[in-house]
Design a protein around this ligand. Structure first.
Ligand SMILES: [Zn+2]
Length: 350
């Protein structure tokens, strides 16, 4: 048995404490997939005809995904439980509680308005519920929530138009971005251009998913056709040196979600995750959870995995936290406050 040598300048805090202490933002998480298990159980019991398990152990098993298509199917079942404004508020308060526990102060939550509208929520009630949930998230947990509305690619053909029409009509307080999620195969990013044009004209930032389960050509399409200012996932950029150079040169961040990639089988082994290659190429990388409730993770765990599995040091973790804050479409005073907080933790943790 051997003892590990103590570094000459051993950090004064352990790595978990250090990660917890870093003030953070979450830029890629979906309303339904982020909901804590207890919130989903509450909705499953509220709507027992929904086909979603009402017992915790069964729900955990329900959340074991065989591939991306299976994940989308399960996601749809849980989304169908969200039928009233009160259901939306239940989810948002639970998400804010979990975010606060990881020392995340600001989050851009992707809301698939279409799914909730087809589940029967009145359009105005949906907008009011987001505003009410946002107020409670701030008042009860000190977390600022902002909204990204996404087209659920792969659902009915009218989901796109219905999404944009609802977004432009209601634009609830905190609306900052427009995206596209769901299937990527046979769903070329360029085909969503008209909707993105409309959303961008209304002042929303372009933050589409691209390059999660398909190749770098779709990331190029997101940049060129949809005016992407950040890219959801974008991990397949590692296959294209020109694209890596472009992302680094134009300072376009990727929202990287390691555990999500593993759970949906976009990567087969976390040790082979492209995140270190992206960083080495100078691409701005933010860390996110995507669907922490469904993937049994949280933001601090993603940082810890980067340290333990991908070998990132404390300084690199602080840099990722800074990139997140700089890439957020948050108020400037909040950005400045969070950056100051990160600097303080980074100094103390050296
Ligand atoms: Zn996502």
């Amino acid at each position: 048995m051997s003892t590990s040598p103590v570094p000459e300048h051993a950090p004064s805090t352990d790595i978990r404490t250090y990660i917890r202490a870093l003030p953070k933002v979450e830029l890629h998480l979906h309303l339904v997939g982020s909901a804590p298990l207890d919130s989903v159980l509450e909705l499953a019991r509220r709507h027992p005809d929904g086909g979603v398990p009402v017992e915790r152990d069964e729900l955990v098993r329900f959340y074991e995904f065989s591939d991306f298509t299976h994940f989308i199917t399960v996601y749809g079942s849980v989304a169908n439980l969200v039928r009233t404004g009160a259901d939306i508020v239940t989810l948002l308060v639970g998400i804010a509680r979990d975010l606060a526990a990881t020392n995340a102060h600001y989050a851009e939550v992707t809301v698939t308005a279409y799914s909730h509208l087809v589940s029967g929520i009145d359009p105005a009630e949906l907008a009011e519920a987001l505003t009410a949930g946002r107020k409670r998230a701030l008042a009860e947990h000190g977390v600022v929530l902002a909204w990204v509305f996404d087209i659920p690619a792969g659902l009915e053909h009218f989901s796109e138009e219905k999404t944009v029409d609802w977004v432009l009509r209601y634009l609830p307080e905190g609306s900052i971005g427009f995206g596209v999620g769901g299937q990527e195969h046979r769903m070329p990013r360029a085909s969503f251009r008209r909707s993105f044009d409309r959303a961008r004209e209304a002042g929303l930032h372009s933050v589409p998913h691209a390059g999660e389960t398909v190749g770098p050509e779709e990331i190029w399409a997101a940049l060129r056709e949809l005016g992407a200012e950040r890219v959801g996932h974008g991990v397949s950029a590692v296959r294209d040196r020109d694209l890596l150079r472009h992302l680094a040169h134009e300072n376009i961040p990727l929202e990287v979600c390691p555990t999500s990639n593993l759970c949906t089988r976009a990567v087969t082994d976390l040790r082979d995750h492209p995140l270190p290659v992206l960083l080495a190429a100078g691409v701005p990388v933010t860390l996110a959870t995507d669907d922490p409730g469904m993937f049994h993770t949280d933001l601090n765990r993603e940082y810890l995995l980067c340290h333990e599995v991908l070998g990132l040091g404390r300084g690199e973790l602080a840099d990722i936290a800074r990139t997140g804050v700089r890439s957020a479409f948050c108020p400037p005073d909040l950005r400045a406050e969070l950056l100051t907080g990160i600097d303080a933790v980074a100094r103390s943790g050296e």
